[in-house]
Ligand binder design. Structure first.
Ligand SMILES: Nc1nc2c(ncn2[C@@H]2O[C@H](COP(=O)(O)OP(=O)(O)OP(=O)(O)O)[C@@H](O)[C@H]2O)c(=O)[nH]1
Ligand SMILES: [Mg+2]
Length: 189
């Protein structure tokens, strides 16, 4: 799989016809700052299509990118951003939950992005539970492996497999983009 065309379509904060317009969706969820937007840029071979944050909490809307004239990549805000106000945090959480439960969106696959250096947090465990309960087909990308040794990465992947059961876990670095073709094949196969 190769992504040859990609463009930003729109950012939404609630009910919108795009969630249910028949175009297949691949949705990227995960804690704030794990690198969801960076991963979308890596997959689409862009440097700045999805806006990446110097500070956590960069993505505040649900952003839709139309790819290869065939499907959407959906960049969700992150959960658990500690420095946001409780109101902001609640608003983002509500938006993420709405997308995954009531929005009418039926993503073909959800990609849960986890920070391989931080490991599986309570927020990630909550998300795994929600994805399982809502019967979303999901996989895990263990991002930021450039920050740890191979041995640490292997341990991190074992931890993720234990937390998520029988799901695919792929180590990756959006910074080095090493093994990008393999990751593209796994996500879009
Ligand atoms: N070292 C390293 N840094 C990364 C990697 N991926 C992302 N980052 C950095 O992590 C920070 C957060 O990246 P984002 O892509 O904005 O993360 P996000 O998950 O979209 O964050 P929110 O929009 O706040 O939910 C940025 O400073 C990125 O440059 C990676 O693979 N390795
Ligand atoms: Mg983001």
């Amino acid at each position: 799989m190769e992504i040859t065309r990609s463009q930003f379509v729109k950012g939404i904060r609630g009910t919108d016809a795009i969630t249910d317009d028949g175009v297949p969706q691949y949705a990227f969820v995960g804690r704030s700052n794990v690198g969801k937007s960076s991963l979308i840029n890596a997959l689409t071979d862009r440097s700045d299509m999805a806006r990446v944050g110097k500070k956590p909490g960069k993505t505040t809307e649900i952003n839709f990118f139309f790819v290869n004239n065939a499907f959407y990549l959906v960049d969700l805000p992150g959960y658990g951003y500690a420095r946001a106000t409780p109101q902001e945090r609640a608003k983002l959480k509500k938006l993420i939950m709405w997308y995954l439960t009531y929005s009418g969106a039926k993503p073909k696959k959800v990609i849960l992005v986890v920070d391989s250096k931080v490991g599986v947090t309570d927020f990630d465990r909550d998300m795994i539970m929600i994805l399982t309960e809502e019967k979303h087909s999901f996989m895990i990308v263990a991002n930021k492996v450039d920050k740890i040794t191979q041995k640490e990465a292997a341990a991190s992947i074992v931890e993720m497999r234990e937390a998520a059961g029988d799901v695919t876990v792929v180590p990756f670095s959006s910074r080095t983009r090493k093994n990008l073709p393999q990751l593209l094949d796994i996500i879009f196969s």
